[in-house]
Structure formats: C-alpha cells, structure tokens
Design a protein around this ligand. Structure first.
Ligand code: ZN
Length: 393
C-alpha cells in the first residue's frame, strides 16, 4: 500500500517512530504506540526492524514500583550513524560529530586566521579537524552520513537548485565553490561519496533551536540573519541576506559593498569596532561570552550606546517580516541573545510598539547552535527513511 509521494505506510511509520525515538529517548514501546497512534504489535515489529538495522538500541526493562509489567525502553543506538558539522570562522575552524540523539560525540578546534586565507586555503586549514572527526567516527565503527558547513554567505543557486556561495562578507570571499573544495578535501582524506551540504548558519541554528514551533528565528554569530520556522521546519535554508537590508540612508559602508545595511551596525565586527575591540569568534565558542559582551555587562558607555542603537535598528528591520509573516513568536538566538537585558529590554519595548508584535523569546543553545544544527541536519535523511537512506543514489 502506497501513501503520499510513493512511500508505503510501513516506510511512513518507520520514519515516524525513528523521529519519536530520537526526540524523546529513552521511551517505551507503549509510549511510542500512544504517541504514534499505532498498535503495540506494529510498534514492536517496526522497532525490531530499527534495532536490526543498527539504528535503535533496546535498553532493557526498568524496575517499576507501580503495577503492570516492567516497561522496555528504547533509544537511538549510540553506535549508529553520525553527522559532521564544520565551521569556518574568522579566527578558527571548528567541527563536531553528532549522533542520532543530537548528542555531540566529539569536538575539534584549530586556531587559524581565515581572514588572510582564500577559500581553498581555509578548506585546507580544516584538514586536521576533518581528519580527527572522521578518525573518531571510524574508530568507533560509526558511519558518517554526511557533512554540513554553515556559511554566513549571500547565496545564489546552481543549476540543480543547490545553494551557491556568492559572497562571504565577513571573510572577504566572493564566488567560493565551498562544496566542491570540501568534496575534494574529503576525497583526499579517503572519505569518498560523503554527502556535503552548505547552508546559512542561522537556518541550521534555527533547526536546532525551534523543534516544533511556528516562529521567526533571528540569530547568527558573525552575521545577523532571520528565517521562518513553520511546524519546526526551517523555510528557505539558504536565505542569508536579512542582515543586508538597508536600515539607514547614506549609512555606514558594509563589507557586502553597499551602505547602511543592518549588518554594518548589528554584525559582530561592527559592534566590536564600536567598543574599540577587534573582532573575535573564539572566546564565545570556548566560554559562551565575548569581549564586547563583557564590556557591555561592565556598563562601558560605547558598548551600551551601540547596543541600544542595535536594538532599535533590529526592531525596525523586523517590522516588515513581522507584518508579512505574522509568526507566533520571535526567537532571538546567537550572539545577540547572549548580550542579555541591555539588548533585550529596548528590543522588547520597541517590538511591542509594532502593529504586529508577537512575544519575544530567547534561544537556549549557545554559540554551537549552528554547528550542532548542521551536523544533525545530515541525519535527517536517516530519520526520514531509516531502512532506505543508505540505498539512495
Ligand atoms: Zn551589507
């Protein structure tokens, strides 16, 4: 029996159960049956297939104090397939291995000044990080399903509709074939046929932050971005240009080549410069904070002034998207969320004055959000087709 899109009911149910197990493990078969609306027998059979495929682990029974038989719980197999996220930043290359539970199994970091490098040199600088991540996965006997690279880029599309990097303003790159370069690097490492995908960091972070929400997610580390999330699904994964909407006539020059962009005020480089600091990414990745945030928390006047202005520009730049999209909430994540009350208070007040003014929430994932979201995104194919994903062309 075939369902929508030629998928059989069995394939649909396997994907449904795999998704539920990844989201809510450890979980019993009875709970799965309730949540999926399936019979216990069907769940038991399908979960058995997922266990045989090496995707799900039977954790055995737990002692229960109440009446009834002890419940057998299942979880994603910790030795199942993994995804890799790789991030090229102004002052480092970072990567991580994430499993089906969304847990980070391994982190790797290499300091490097990418602002002085071409895209090819930067991808080469990532080689030791990639090698250690792959070594970790293969030593553990885990299959790497793919690798995803969040890039704060202005994207176009190639002939197949895949995102094409037109420019990475924060690194001064233009027309960089990052997918091709990364594929070449993986070939050199002997990791052939690995799925390589590229997308906006904000979209990857939103996917990790907003699991089943209807929100406008605003975030970013190097650059500001916004994406719409509907029922937990991120729309327009490579939309990277919201930071470059004009907010000032005859405003500051932006690295994208235009003037008066939001980025030229709210971007990481611009805010660091406003407080007399050099742009860095590493301190926030390592400790969750950055020099600008520390200045701001200490009441530094230049930092406070810059932040208050950013709150106003941000709220005004959100007026258009809010009026058109009417999301259930705005979720602020990334670097701006970490600035705390000095940004959130004026931003909240200014947003409340808009005609369309949904509640403002703050994301909970730290500076790793995009990297983790990227690594998890390549595992989505496994969840969507647990027994067939490895047969895809
Ligand atoms: Zn710009």
């Amino acid at each position: 029996m075939s369902g929508a899109g030629g998928r059989t009911v069995r394939q649909h149910n396997l994907a449904l159960l795999m998704g539920l197990i990844c989201e809510s493990a450890p979980v019993t078969r009875v709970e799965l049956a309730e949540r999926a609306g399936l019979t216990k027998v069907t769940v038991t059979n399908l979960v058995g297939e997922l266990i045989d495929a090496g995707l799900v682990q039977d954790l055995g029974t737990t002692q229960r104090t109440g009446p009834g038989r002890p419940a057998g719980r299942v979880a994603p197999d910790p030795l199942g397939p993994v995804g890799i996220g790789l991030q090229l930043e102004v002052d480092h290359v970072a990567g991580c291995v994430v499993d089906l539970s969304g847990r980070v199994r391994r982190r790797e970091l290499r300091r490097a000044d990418l602002r002085r490098m071409s895209p090819a040199e930067a991808v080469r600088a990532a080689r030791p990080v990639l090698r250690r991540l792959f070594d970790h996965a293969t030593t553990a006997g885990q299959l790497v399903t793919g690798i995803a690279l969040p890039v704060p880029a202005l994207f176009g599309r190639d002939r197949e509709g895949l995102p094409l990097v037109r420019a990475v303003p924060s690194l001064g790159w233009r027309d960089a074939d990052l997918r091709g370069l990364l594929t070449g690097e993986l070939d050199a490492l002997g990791a052939l046929g690995i799925d390589v995908r590229i997308g906006g960091p904000v979209a990857f972070a939103a996917g990790a932050e907003c699991r089943d929400a209807d929100v406008l997610y605003v975030g970013g580390e190097a650059e500001i971005g916004a994406v719409l999330v509907q029922d937990g699904v991120v729309r327009h994964r490579s939309a990277g240009s919201w930071g470059h909407v004009p907010v000032r006539a005859r405003g500051r020059a932006c690295p994208c080549g235009r003037t008066g962009c939001l980025e030229a005020y709210a971007g990481r480089a611009a805010m660091a410069r406003a407080a007399g600091l050099a742009e860095t990414a590493l301190p926030r990745l390592l400790s969750g904070t950055e020099p600008f945030a520390e200045r701001l928390a200490a009441g530094d006047r230049a930092a406070v002034r810059a932040t208050t202005e950013v709150a106003r520009l941000l709220a005004d730049a959100l007026a258009g998207p809010l009026a058109v999209l009417d999301p259930g909430a705005v979720v602020l994540g990334g670097r701006l969320a970490a600035l705390g009350e000095p940004l959130l208070d004026p931003l909240g007040s200014r947003l409340a004055e808009q005609h369309t003014s949904p509640p403002l929430h703050v994301g909970t994932l730290g500076p790793e959000a995009a990297l983790r979201g990227a690594a998890s995104s390549v595992l989505a194919d496994v969840v969507a087709d647990p027994l067939g994903w490895s047969d895809r062309p």
